[in-house]
Design a protein around this ligand. Structure first.
Ligand code: PEP
Ligand code: MG
Length: 591
């Protein structure tokens, strides 16, 4: 690979960022314009016309409901403002019912055989231009209303069904200013080879989603979008954190070779899938999978995961503008429980808020100056008990199909665990009365240790919890006051900071004293550099993205438990981060 100091060939641009998902992708650039909606356009087959018209009718209905909701909200404003906004929203509503706009779109779908998004886009462009041409200030202002209504319709249509990346040429590299975890969840690895963005940190959920999909990704790349055009050749090196735009021949050849080497390594690792996950001297460590999406199940099984240590249920709430009901959640969970064929599943209740806002939950949040410290995760579930009860009911019902534990995110005090336990018993009583099958006894209820206060008070939490799962992503964020998703402070994000390690050690000790299981499911669980230290600290369950599991197993199988424990003890005596890193390197160097 070319070194930093050598001069790039003519035309080649090299950009640096955070390599957040290992691997190399080479392909044509696809730029996502973040400020404007990208309206997809395609010609419909005759047989698709009726379905598309129905989809448009559904979007109209949804948009009308959204505006009616806005009207209700506006009624709490001071009278004059409420009146003015009320008139405006009424005008928007009438544009969505039997109007020229609606008729025009319907005509474009049926006669023009245009998909609904494009039909709306063309109709609003034509309408607003005709208003503007009249040269009347009042009508020109109405043109803005037409455009607003149109973009509401397009957004609604795109959230419902449109897969923004589904029409890309195979092997495309997505380049964007910012990609949310929900955007990333829509990427199909068969089409998208990798991605890079200007914003985003290494431990944010977009990065986690990239690892889970196995897509090479580089985030936090300053200047990424300057001078790059759709179709330019791009290399994303998710290991070194580099992006090459229009690479020269030599760079391309070197990276093609690198891709081949990585493929060979992956093939070699596969041989470990059926071997025991144990140290050289026979200490078993459960290697479990973190699942972001139901489609991760086959990858987890292929990697030989002993179960699911963290099922993030946020996927149920993404890319939609309504909330999933109990039956839908139950079906999704059941298919995962059954898909894992009797291996244990730890399902976490909704952890939304902070950097991961689901649009469907918009009404439940008030803007917060500090979203990461605000109404999120279990706090939201306790404030809006219906949200949590529906999830608990779905999880209890899924527990009839295989071993399942329920995990609570962002717990900071025993009161929260007790309240959820009461709620769970209430939901179980209702289900039982209706004759609904579920596990007996009820599933274990545990909590994430991801707030420093929870780690320090873990003895108290252990009295009311059936198990712990340490979330080092948030634990590091909150201990060091570093936003995990902000590339500007990513250099300070450090799970090896003595403060973070001490919290892990303390929580592990508390779980041991109370005799409850403890696992670790933050991103460091999937990094083989940390394996010796974590098992040396007494952790016997590590949960990670399926793509990391075999590399961690390879490391685990080289370890001597007695030595790892002794070295971990030595590391814990250090106060200096540099010394800790050196000792860890030594430990890793010696096997
Ligand atoms: C964590 O915080 O370490 C964790 C596993 O949860 P999430 O990354 O979903 O916040
Ligand atoms: Mg967390």
């Amino acid at each position: 690979m070319r070194t930093d100091r050598s001069k790039p060939p003519e035309g080649e641009r090299v950009l640096r960022g955070l390599g957040v998902s290992a691997g190399v992708a080479i392909g044509p650039a696809h730029l996502v314009e973040s400020r404007e909606l990208q309206v997809p356009e395609r010609q419909l087959a005759e047989s698709e016309v009726a379905g598309e018209a129905a989809r448009f009718a559904e979007a109209l209905e949804k948009a009308r409901r959204q505006i009616s909701k806005l009207k209700t909200k506006a009624s709490s404003l001071p009278v004059s403002a409420a009146e003015e906004i009320g008139f405006l929203l009424d005008a928007h509503l009438s544009m969505l019912t039997g109007s020229r706009l609606v008729r025009g779109v319907e005509r474009r779908i049926s006669s023009g055989r245009m998909n609904a998004e494009a039909a709306v886009h063309h109709e609003i462009t034509a309408l607003s231009q005709s208003f503007e041409r009249l040269g009347d200030a009042y009508l020109a202002a109405r043109a803005a209303d037409v455009r607003e209504v149109g973009s509401r319709l397009i957004r609604t249509l795109m959230q419902q069904r449109y897969q923004p990346f589904s029409t890309l040429p195979e092997g495309s590299i997505v380049l964007a200013e910012e990609l949310t975890p929900a955007d990333t969840a829509l990427m199909d690895p068969a089409r998208v080879a990798g991605f890079a963005s200007v914003l985003g940190g290494a431990e944010g959920h977009t990065a986690i989603m990239a690892r889970s999909l196995g897509l090479p990704a580089v985030l936090g790349v300053a200047g990424l979008l300057q001078g790059v055009r759709n179709g330019d050749m791009v290399i994303v090196d998710g290991i070194a954190g580099r992006v090459f735009v229009n690479p020269g021949e030599a760079t391309l050849a070197a990276y093609r070779k690198r891709q081949q080497d990585l493929r060979t390594e992956r093939e070699q690792l596969k041989r470990l899938a059926s071997l025991p996950a144990a140290t050289r001297d026979g200490t078993e460590v459960a290697l479990l999978a973190n699942l972001e999406l139901p489609r991760d199940v086959p990858g987890a099984l292929e990697a030989g995961a002993a179960g699911v240590g963290l099922l993030r249920t946020e996927f149920l709430y993404m890319n939609r503008d309504d909330l999933p009901g109990e039956d839908e959640q139950y079906e999704a969970l059941r298919s995962i429980v059954e898909g894992m064929g009797g291996r244990p599943i730890t399902a976490r209740t909704l952890d939304v808020g902070g950097e991961k806002l689901a649009s469907a939950l918009g009404d439940h949040f008030h803007p917060s100056a500090n979203p990461a410290l605000g109404l999120r995760a279990v706090r939201l579930g306790l404030k809006e008990p219906r949200l949590l009860e529906i999830q608990l009911a779905a999880m209890l019902r899924a527990s009839a199909h295989g071993p399942l534990r329920i995990l609570l995110p962002m717990i900071c005090s025993p009161v929260e665990v007790r309240r959820v336990r009461e709620m769970m018993h209430g939901v179980a009583a209702r289900l039982r009365a209706a004759g609904t099958p579920m596990a007996d006894p009820l599933p274990p209820l545990g909590c994430m240790i991801e707030i420093p206060g929870a780690a320090l008070a873990a003895d108290g939490l252990a009295l009311c919890s059936d198990f712990f799962a340490i979330g080092t992503n948030d634990l590091t964020q909150y201990t060091l006051a570093i936003d995990r998703g902000d590339e500007q402070v990513a250099y300070l994000y450090d799970p090896l900071h003595p403060a973070v390690l001490r919290l892990i050690q303390f929580a592990t000790g508390a779980a041991k004293r109370a005799g409850i299981p403890i696992s670790l499911c933050g991103e460091i669980a999937g990094d083989p550099r940390y394996t010796a230290l974590l098992v040396g600290l007494g952790i016997r369950e590590l949960s990670m993205s399926p793509g990391s599991l075999l590399a961690v197993k390879r490391r685990l199988r080289t370890l001597d438990m007695v030595e790892a424990t002794r070295r971990a003890g030595q590391i814990m005596e250090q106060t200096d981060r540099g010394r800790i890193a050196t000792l860890l390197d030594d430990l890793n160097g010696m096997g």
